[in-house]
Design a protein around this ligand. Structure first.
Ligand code: FUC
Length: 769
C-alpha cells in the first residue's frame, strides 16, 4: 500500500469508527434497588483508588462506611528469619527422603516469617446522617451508575422529593455527598462521624468535624475531616452537626494517614487532610462533580460491551441475580458484570495508590477474613486479569509499585532464607511488604509468588510494546530470575532442576518440585531472556537462563491421563480442591496450548474435569478462564452461571456466587472473583496469549449477539468486534504499535503488516473492507 492509500484508508476508517462507536450501546450499566441496604454486601461501593465508601442508602439513617487504603495494623518491619538458610539443605533432604512431616515440622520452627503472621487492613470510620420525620416515604430508589461512578438515592415524603448523590472524586481526593430537598427549607439532618477503633477521638467545630483513629497494634494514625456547605442553618449540637431549613447541603469528607511507604510512616495526616480540604473551599459542587465525571469517563469510556438485552434492566439487581440463577438468559447482566469489574478496578487501583486487597479497598472489619491482605497464590494476580484486555492498562501501576517494594523486602528473604541473590516473595504480602513464608510451613513455603507477579510486567509490555516501560521494570524480572537461577537445584532421583521446598497452593503440603513452580519459573526465565534481548542487555545471564530451561522438570502426564500436579504421579482424581495450580502453564501462562502441546492440553483438561465445577468465587472465575482456553464457551458459561447466582441462597450447592451488590462471594466477600470472572468473559471473545489474535474462540451459545468496542490484544492492538447469530460480522483493528497483525477466526487466518496509528476493517470472513 502507498502512504497515500494508507492515509485515505485511515481517514475513511476513522469516519466509520466514529459512526460505529455511536452505535455501540452502553445503556443499562447500573445496579439498582428499591430498598435501602440492610447488610454490608447490599451497600454500594465507591472509591477513587484510595478513599472508599460503602453507601447503605438508608432513609431515616444514612450510613457511609469508609476506608482509606493505607490504614493497616502494624509498622515497618523486616519479617525475614535470621539464619533460616542454615536449615535449607536439611529441609530439602528430608523432603527428598520422603519425610514430609518432619520437613514441615522443622521448617515450621526455623524457616518461617517473624512473626509468623502478617498484619490486617483496617476499616477507617463511619459517617451517619439522621433524617428526623422520614419514617413514611414512597418511590424509594437506590442505584449505582457505574458509567458515571455515582451512587444515588431518592424518595418522596409528601410533596417533597429528596435526593442524594455520592461519589469518591479522584481529582479532588474527597468523598462527596450532595443532598437536596425539592422544596425550600425541606431538608434537615443531623450528621456525625464514628469508628470501630477503640482509640478514637472526635472534634466538632461550627461546620466541620474531625475523626482521629489510632490503630491498635501499630504505628498508623488516621485522620478524617469533613465539612458541610449548605443554604440552610448549620449548628453544632451535642458533638454533632445539625443542618436545618435547607434545600441543599454538600458534605466533603477527606482522610489520610501517616503512611509514606513500607519503610516510612513519617507523614503528618493532619497536614495531608488540610491540603485535601482547603482547595475545596474555593470550588463549587458542580465543578467538583464535573471534574469527577471527566476523570472517570476518561477511563471508563474507552471500552464498551453490549451483549444484547432481554428487557431485564428494570428488574432490581438483587432479584436479577436470582432470576439468572433460575434461568441464565440475561446477556446484559453478563455485560454489566464486565463493566462492574472495570468500575471496581478504577475505584480501587489508580496510579499512585496501592493495589486492591482481597476486598479491594472495602473492609468494615477490624479482624477481616485473611487479613484483607494480598494473597499471591492466585488472588492478587487475578485482581488484574482483566486490566489489559478491558483497556485499563495503566491501572496496573500500583501492582508494579508493589513488585518494586517486594524486590527490596524480598531480597532480604532471598538472602536470609535461601542464601541467594535476587528476591523472592511467598504467598502473602501486607502493607509492610512481608515476603517471608507465613502462617504454616505446609502452605506458607511457596516460592513463586513474586515470580508470578513479575509476569504482569511482561504481559503489560506484550500488550503495549512500550520499551520505556520495559526498561524501567526489567530489573525486577531479572532479579527474580536471578533468585531462581540460584535456588533451583538438581534432584538426585530425576536429574532435573527442581523447586524445593515449596507447595502446590494449598494442597499436598510441603514438597519438592510442584508443577506450578516449574511452569512459573520457565515463564519468568523466558520473559527475562526475551526482555534482555529487546533491551540489548545481560547477554551472559540470558544465556545462563537459556541453558537452564530444558533442565527444569517438565510437565508430565500421569496414570489417570491427568497433568501431574507434582513430580510423582500421585494425583487423586477424587480431590475437588478449589486450587488448580498445575494448570497455570495453560492459564494465565501459555506454555501449554493447542498449537505446541496438544497432549498436555488434553491432560490439563482431564485434571480440570477431576477437580469438578464447584468452587469458591475465585475458583469459579479461574475455571471460566480455563474453559475459555479449552475453547469450550458453554462450559465457561456454566461456571459463569454459578458465579452470577445468589451467594446466600441455601438451596444452591455451590460455594461461590454473587451478593446483592454483585460483590463476589468466596464466601465471604472477596473481590478476585469479580475481576477474574470478567477476564474469563473477555477470554471467551478474544484471546491473544499466543502469537496471534483469536476471535470468538469460546463464544457460548448463550451470547449469540454482541458488540465490544475498545478491547485490547497483545501486540499493541485494540479491537472493535461485532458478532451476530454466533458469527463474526465485523472487525476493526487499531494498530497502536505498527506490528504485523495476525488474526484467526475459525479457519480463516490473516497476516498483514500494519502502521502505527492505522485502522483496519474486516468483514465476518476476515476479508478487508
Ligand atoms: C488462598 C485461598 C483461599 C482464600 C485465601 C484468601 O489461601 O486458598 O481460598 O482465597 O487465599
Amino acid at each position: 500500500m502507498t502512504t497515500k492509500s494508507v492515509l485515505l484508508r485511515v481517514l475513511s476508517l476513522s469516519l466509520f469508527a466514529l459512526i460505529s462507536s455511536q452505535l455501540f450501546g452502553q445503556e443499562g450499566m447500573r445496579l439498582h434497588y428499591n430498598k435501602p441496604a440492610t447488610a454490608w454486601t447490599e451497600a454500594l461501593p465507591l472509591g477513587n483508588g484510595r478513599l472508599g465508601a460503602m453507601v447503605f442508602g438508608g432513609v431515616e439513617r444514612e450510613h457511609l462506611q469508609f476506608n482509606e487504603e493505607t490504614l493497616w495494623a502494624g509498622k515497618p518491619h523486616d519479617y525475614s528469619h535470621e539464619n533460616a538458610s542454615e536449615y535449607l539443605d536439611e529441609i530439602r533432604l528430608l523432603l527428598s527422603n520422603g519425610k514430609q512431616l518432619e520437613a514441615q515440622k522443622l521448617a515450621g520452627r526455623v524457616f518461617m516469617s517473624e512473626p509468623i503472621g502478617q498484619k490486617p487492613y483496617q476499616p477507617f470510620g463511619d459517617l451517619y446522617l439522621d433524617f428526623p420525620g422520614h419514617e413514611n416515604f414512597s418511590n424509594y430508589s437506590r442505584e449505582l451508575d457505574i458509567s458515571k461512578a455515582l451512587s444515588k438515592v431518592s424518595y418522596e415524603i409528601g410533596d417533597v422529593k429528596y435526593e442524594r448523590t455520592v461519589f469518591s472524586s479522584f481529582p479532588d481526593q474527597a468523598l462527596v455527598l450532595h443532598l437536596t430537598g425539592s422544596q425550600s427549607k425541606s431538608l434537615s439532618f443531623t450528621l456525625w462521624l464514628d469508628a470501630l477503633h477503640e482509640d478514637k477521638s472526635i472534634t466538632t467545630e461550627k461546620d466541620t468535624q474531625q475523626l482521629v483513629v489510632n490503630v491498635k497494634d501499630g504505628a498508623l494514625t488516621g485522620v478524617a475531616s469533613l465539612k458541610i456547605v449548605t443554604d440552610g442553618v448549620l449548628e453544632k449540637k451535642d458533638g454533632r452537626l445539625v443542618v436545618s431549613e435547607a434545600s441543599m447541603a454538600t458534605v466533603y469528607l477527606v482522610a489520610a494517614t501517616n503512611y509514606v511507604n513500607f519503610e516510612d510512616v513519617s507523614a503528618d495526616p493532619n497536614e495531608r487532610v488540610a491540603a485535601y480540604l482547603s482547595p475545596l473551599n474555593s470550588k463549587k459542587y458542580e465543578e467538583i462533580l464535573s471534574s469527577h465525571l471527566a476523570d472517570y469517563g476518561n477511563l471508563y469510556d474507552r471500552f464498551s460491551i453490549d451483549l444484547g438485552a432481554k428487557g431485564k434492566e428494570q428488574i432490581t439487581t438483587d432479584v436479577r441475580i436470582y432470576d439468572f440463577w433460575k434461568q441464565p438468559e440475561d446477556p446484559e447482566l453478563v455485560a454489566l458484570y464486565v463493566q462492574y469489574a472495570r468500575y471496581l478496578l478504577i475505584s480501587s487501583s489508580r496510579p499512585g495508590t496501592l493495589p486492591p486487597t482481597l476486598q479491594g479497598i472495602w473492609n468494615d472489619n477490624l479482624t477481616p477474613p485473611w487479613l484483607s491482605g494480598y494473597t499471591t497464590n492466585i488472588n492478587l494476580e487475578m485482581n488484574y486479569w482483566h486490566a489489559e484486555m478491558a483497556n485499563l492498562a495503566e491501572l496496573q501501576e500500583p501492582l508494579f509499585g508493589m513488585i518494586a517494594d517486594l524486590s527490596i523486602s524480598g531480597a532480604k528473604v532471598a538472602e536470609k532464607h535461601y542464601g541467594a541473590d535476587g528476591w523472592v516473595a511467598h504467598h502473602n504480602v501486607d502493607i509492610w511488604r512481608g515476603a517471608a513464608p507465613v502462617n504454616a510451613s505446609h502452605h506458607g513455603i511457596w516460592v513463586t509468588g513474586g515470580a508470578w507477579l513479575t509476569t504482569h510486567i511482561w504481559d503489560h509490555y506484550r500488550f503495549s510494546l512500550n520499551e520505556d516501560f520495559l526498561r524501567e521494570y526489567y530489573p525486577l524480572m531479572r532479579d527474580a530470575a536471578l533468585f531462581f537461577s540460584e535456588f533451583l537445584y538438581e534432584d538426585q532421583a530425576t536429574g532435573y532442576l527442581i523447586s524445593s521446598p515449596s507447595n502446590s497452593p494449598e494442597i499436598g503440603g510441603l514438597v519438592a518440585g510442584p508443577t506450578m513452580d516449574h511452569q512459573i519459573i520457565r515463564a519468568l526465565f523466558n520473559q527475562t531472556i526475551d526482555a534482555a534481548k529487546i533491551l540489548a542487555t545481560d547477554e551472559e545471564f540470558a544465556a545462563e537462563l537459556t541453558a537452564m530451561i530444558p533442565r527444569i522438570a517438565p510437565n508430565q502426564i500421569g496414570k489417570h491421563g491427568q497433568l501431574q500436579e507434582w513430580m510423582e504421579d500421585k494425583d487423586d482424581p477424587e480431590v475437588h480442591h478449589r486450587h488448580v495450580s498445575h494448570l497455570w502453564g495453560m492459564h494465565p501462562g501459555n506454555e501449554i496450548n493447542y498449537e505446541d502441546t496438544p497432549e498436555l492440553m488434553e491432560a490439563a483438561k482431564q485434571s480440570l474435569e477431576f477437580r469438578g465445577d464447584n468452587g469458591t468465587g475465585w475458583s469459579l472465575a479461574w475455571k471460566i478462564n480455563f474453559w475459555a482456553r479449552f475453547q469450550d464457551g458453554n462450559r465457561s458459561y456454566k461456571l459463569l452461571h454459578s458465579l452470577l447466582s445468589p451467594a446466600e441462597e441455601p438451596l444452591r450447592k455451590n460455594d461461590g456466587g454473587s451478593y446483592p451488590n454483585l460483590f463476589d462471594a468466596h464466601p465471604p466477600f472477596q473481590i478476585d472473583g469479580n475481576f477474574g470472572g470478567a477476564a474469563g468473559i473477555l477470554e471467551m471473545i478474544v484471546q491473544s496469549h499466543l502469537d496471534k489474535i483469536e476471535l470468538l474462540p469460546a463464544l457460548p451459545d448463550a451470547l449469540p449477539e454482541g458488540k465490544i468496542r475498545g478491547i485490547r490484544a497483545r501486540g499493541g492492538f485494540e479491537l472493535d468486534i461485532t458478532w451476530s447469530n454466533g458469527q463474526l460480522t465485523e472487525l476493526i483493528v487499531y494498530s497502536k504499535a505498527g506490528e504485523d497483525l495476525k488474526i484467526q477466526y475459525q479457519d480463516a487466518k490473516v497476516i498483514i503488516p500494519t502502521v502505527k496509528g492505522g485502522e483496519y476493517a474486516f468483514d465476518g470472513m476476515l476479508k478487508s473492507k
